[in-house]
Design a protein around this ligand. Structure first.
Ligand code: SAH
Ligand code: SF4
Length: 381
């Protein structure tokens, strides 16, 4: 049985054509699934009975089983979905006055293993498939529409951020069809500016995304130099800042916005000193020894959200403010992210789900002090 939740319109058109149906049938089917939230072919009254029977023989529209729902005092909702094999992923809805944002997961666990991230601590189990990524939006959109009593055509979610569990650019093949379904006018009709892929810096895939589906890009920076970034985001050893900043600048040629959002998780005594803020200014201006490529950007400072076993502390608010001031004084638009859903562990970096780790990440990482191993300088003749 193929789960049609993960078929973008092109794939659905091919699927229908194999069964002798015209493209407009695929459009109808696609709209039933994503706009009206149908999960059974029976409900699709404007499709011929014979076609519906043919569909039911070989396909299904199967949401992810819901394991738990937690509602925070501030209105944030966290859902836990069963993805089989003892794994579960989390999705978070963040209501705002004029719109709603959904934070979507792309993998069960994560192989990057950032030092300050709860998902990273659990290691990696598997990639989600396209239908499992889309199922999170499908479920949230239709459940919220019913709960908020929205009229037909009104949307509950108009902003999607790929900032849940996992590194989306390490699950590229499943990510792109899911993004296309989010953007499609016959699907969720989200604007490219309101769908954000967040990455820890998978450089070759940033270039691919620019070709295939250039949505808004957020890059998790967390350090102004390679030595510290190597210690916090292990992927930096493979794709150092020089390459990452160059990829960001290239991406802007196709991006729906004229800036990259850099995320910076504020860790007490690790990356929050005023001198590091000055170094960060030099980095994004292309005036640092690390990188000569200027990148037009906004800076999003995220106060570290602690979780058991991290062994790290959140930067005190005055230190965050001082850091933000250095950036703002240099003319960089800087925001400090408000933590939402604190009481239900739904904040950035706290999503744990349940992951059957297939690596030895937890043992490797637990409570070790952050060790900065300077890179060996290249010797020049
Ligand atoms: N893998 C992607 C997207 C998921 S993480 C990435 O790393 O960008 C989404 C954001 O949460 C990233 O910016 C990440 O660095 C940040 N984050 C992770 N753990 C955190 C924590 N404990 N406190 C605050 N932010 C955290
Ligand atoms: Fe993975 Fe992102 Fe967490 Fe790093 S911060 S471990 S890349 S999910």
């Amino acid at each position: 049985m193929v789960n049609l939740l993960g078929h973008d319109l092109e794939a659905l058109a091919a699927f229908c054509s194999e069964r002798g149906e015209k493209r407009f049938r695929a459009v109808q089917l696609f709209r039933w699934i994503h706009q009206r939230g149908a999960s059974s072919f029976d409900a699709m009254s404007d499709l011929a009975k014979a076609f519906r029977a043919k569909l039911a023989d070989s396909a299904c529209i199967e949401p992810l089983p819901l394991m738990a729902e937690h509602v925070s005092a501030d209105g944030t909702i966290k859902w836990l979905f069963d993805v089989g094999g003892g794994n579960a992923v989390e999705t978070v809805y963040i209501p705002e006055t004029d719109r709603g944002t959904l934070c979507v997961s792309s993998q069960a666990g994560c192989a990057v293993g950032c030092r300050f991230c709860s998902t990273g601590h659990q290691g990696f189990s598997r990639n989600l498939q396209s239908h499992e990524i889309v199922a999170q939006l499908w479920f949230a959109e239709h459940r919220l529409r019913a709960r908020l009593g929205l009229a037909a055509g009104e949307r509950a979610i108009d902003n999607v951020v790929m900032m849940g569990m996992g590194e989306p650019l390490q699950n590229y093949a499943a990510l792109v069809p899911a993004l296309r379904i989010m953007l499609d006018d016959h699907g969720y009709g989200l604007s490219r500016r309101r769908v954000t892929v967040s990455t820890s810096g998978v450089v070759p895939m940033i270039d691919r995304l620019m070709q295939d589906c250039p949505v808004a890009l957020a890059v998790s920076l967390h350090a102004p130099d390679d030595d510290l970034r190597d210690a916090l985001v292990p992927l930096n050893r493979k794709h150092p800042l020089r390459e990452l900043m160059a990829a960001c600048a290239r991406y802007l040629q196709a991006a729906p916005r004229d800036f990259i959002t850099f995320e910076y998780c504020m860790l007490d005594g690790v990356n929050d000193a005023p001198e590091q803020a000055h170094e960060l200014v030099r980095l994004v201006r292309g005036q640092s020894v690390q990188s000569r490529t200027p990148v037009p950007c906004k800076l999003n400072l995220i106060p570290f959200n602690p979780f058991p076993a991290s062994g790290l502390r959140r930067s005190p608010p005055e230190r965050v403010q001082a850091f933000a001031r250095v950036l703002a004084d240099a003319g960089i638009i800087t925001t400090v992210r408000r933590t939402r859903g604190d009481d239900i562990d739904a904040a950035c970096g706290q999503l744990a789900g349940e992951v059957q780790d297939r690596t030895d990440a937890p043992r490797r990482m637990r409570r070790e002090p952050i060790r900065i191993v300077p890179r060996v300088q290249e010797t020049r003749p």
